[in-house]
Design a protein around this ligand. Sequence first.
Ligand code: SF4
Length: 466
Amino acid sequence: MNGPKKLFVKSFGCQMNVYDSQRMADTLAPEGYVETASADDADLVILNTCHIREKAAEKVYSELGRVRRVKDAAAAAGRQVTIAVAGCVAQAEGAEIIRRAPAVDLVVGPQSYHRLPDLLARAARDGKAVDTDFPIDDKFNHLAAPDRTAIRSRGVSAFVTVQEGCDKFCTFCVVPYTRGAEISRPVNKIIVDVERLANAGVREITLIGQNVNAYHGDGPDGRPWSLARLLERVATLPGIDRLRYTTSHPCDMADDLIAAHRDLAALMPQLHLPVQSGADRILAAMNRRHTRADYLDIVERLRQARRDLALTSDFIVGFPGESEADFDETLSLVDEVGYSGAFSFKYSPRPGTPGADMDDQVAEEVKSGRLARLQDAIDKKQTAFNRNCAGRTFAVLFERDGRHPGQIVGRSPYLQPVQVTAPSSLIGQIAAVTVTEISSNSLFGVLAQNSQPQPIKPPALLGAGA
Ligand code: SF4
């Protein structure tokens, strides 16, 4: 065998998938695989798919068409390429993927990544391999930890999975079916992971899970710990300066978690809190288990705990039965909360979910019109939020070189990218930056001399649509 085998993983969708892609690379490293940035020179291509968004499966099949051409070109040159499909589409479609795209050698669901080396051997031996089982034991026990080189190449900010799966069964969502019931990792195992990351130079940790604030992993005292308690413990680890967590469900915003936003200096003032709709009728049809008033009450309590908290969210427009009046309530919620950004999508039925069988599906052109209006409202709020940062000084954690020579890029406490002309030696460091300019998605700034970080004005006080 000449040299290491090359692995290309393409991630679709959420941060859980980005994290899972890294774990797959870690699992395959002892088998001699090193990551490459392009499918063209890869020996193994993994598409790590997401089933949440519109036409997800179709996008995977069209991507598979591209990868098949790479495989055919390699075969013509006498080189063998293996194609694997992982993630939620793999879980949902299983062997159907190989039937529709015969170039695929291997289909693996999110619960089985630790079995990748065996599955590759099985595919090499039998031609194909499919594993979409839900194991009885916890997959977290089997996943390989990244080595120091892998951690370094991934930068100073890292994700750590603390929880996976979901028991909420929102009527539009496939996660409870593809990722299974909610499980939380024990505190001790999370601490070991974070310590390894901190020792390799990571300074910011984002604790992730599909429903992260439902976390209830076993603590060292043998009792379940809440997410707030876990955050408090992680904040004590040397080297860790910044903490975040995502994605949260409003119903699991417990009092101690809200208080952590007041009491825990390392917890950054930014929170992604999906609401999906501003109308009670639609929230009930989505089985979100909270009302608009409940959500606004949580936002109010969070902002009392941390006045400058930047909130982001997810929205679905055109859920079955959504009237113009319901949609107006979503627009007014955006106005009332003053988000610093949000993801918004047209509803698209996921087979097997209750929403797919509901009457009153909304016409495509109505959905498109509403989505454009919602995105316009969100953009205005995001611009207002960013404008409010101009002239202020923030602590920025620098993550990587920028696109232009001499420029480096970091993140503000509010998670905005900040571009600064400064030496690369600052990557991995936190430095005070004064914001001089804003664009729609980024801030530009200069290193601040003798200047103390200043929090922004509370977002809730910003003018509507400014
Ligand atoms: S809370 Fe709802 S939207 Fe989020 S993962 Fe669970 S079922 Fe899906």
